[in-house]
Design a protein around this ligand. Structure first.
Ligand code: ADP
Length: 175
């Protein structure tokens, strides 16, 4: 495995990477949380481009330019709302990570940052979500080495520590 996995505590809009992933909603027209922060930092041209995309299904992903962000691209993915786990939420969250990474690979992205998809307003239990995130990342990096660096950006200390411990458990190294 050549890809570096990193964990960062802070605001994803400040990270210097080629692509940042947005935890968007089905309309792709902006929202609260990380979605709102990304649209504010990217500026109104991001919304203009998003309006042309015709929304996005849950579990899928679409790519736009990054406009005023440091990042060249934003990969918008729509995580599932947690309804207790009987609506295929786990598989849909896994496909958010998979589809985002596949789009990044197609766009020749070498560095990418993810937020904790679905664990805010969409209420996905974070302990389950972090496990899904890391397992999907591991599967991807085992067969792909075009992406050099994957950074998880967490807002709270609690989430940061959960991700940090999970990296140790899944990848077997300390960060
Ligand atoms: P979702 O609707 O997919 O649950 P949210 O934006 O509500 O998305 O929350 C996802 C996670 O992103 C939460 O843990 C939230 O604290 C975090 N978050 C919110 N704003 C930012 C930001 N600017 N940078 C990184 N993470 C953020």
């Amino acid at each position: 495995m050549k890809t570096k996995i990193k964990i960062f505590k802070g605001d994803i809009t400040n990270i210097h990477v080629e692509a940042i992933v947005n935890a968007a909603n089905n309309t792709l027209l902006g929202g609260a949380g990380v979605d709102g922060a990304i649209h504010r930092a990217a500026g109104p041209k991001l919304l203009e481009e998003c309006k042309k995309l015709g929304g996005c299904n849950t579990g899928e992903a679409k790519i736009t330019k990054g406009y005023n962000l440091n990042a060249k691209f934003v990969i918008h993915t729509v995580g599932p709302v947690w309804y207790g786990g009987k609506n295929n939420e786990e598989e849909l969250l896994a496909s958010c990570y998979r589809n985002s990474l596949e789009l990044a690979e197609k766009a020749d992205v070498r560095t990418i940052a993810f937020p904790s998809i679905s664990t805010g307003a969409y209420r996905f239990p974070i302990e389950k979500a972090v496990n899904i995130a890391m397992c999907e990342i591991k599967k991807f990096v085992e067969k792909n080495d075009t992406i050099e660096e994957i950074i998880f950006v967490l807002f709270s200390e609690k989430d940061y520590l959960l991700y940090k411990n999970k990296v140790k458990e899944i990848f077997g190294f300390e960060i």
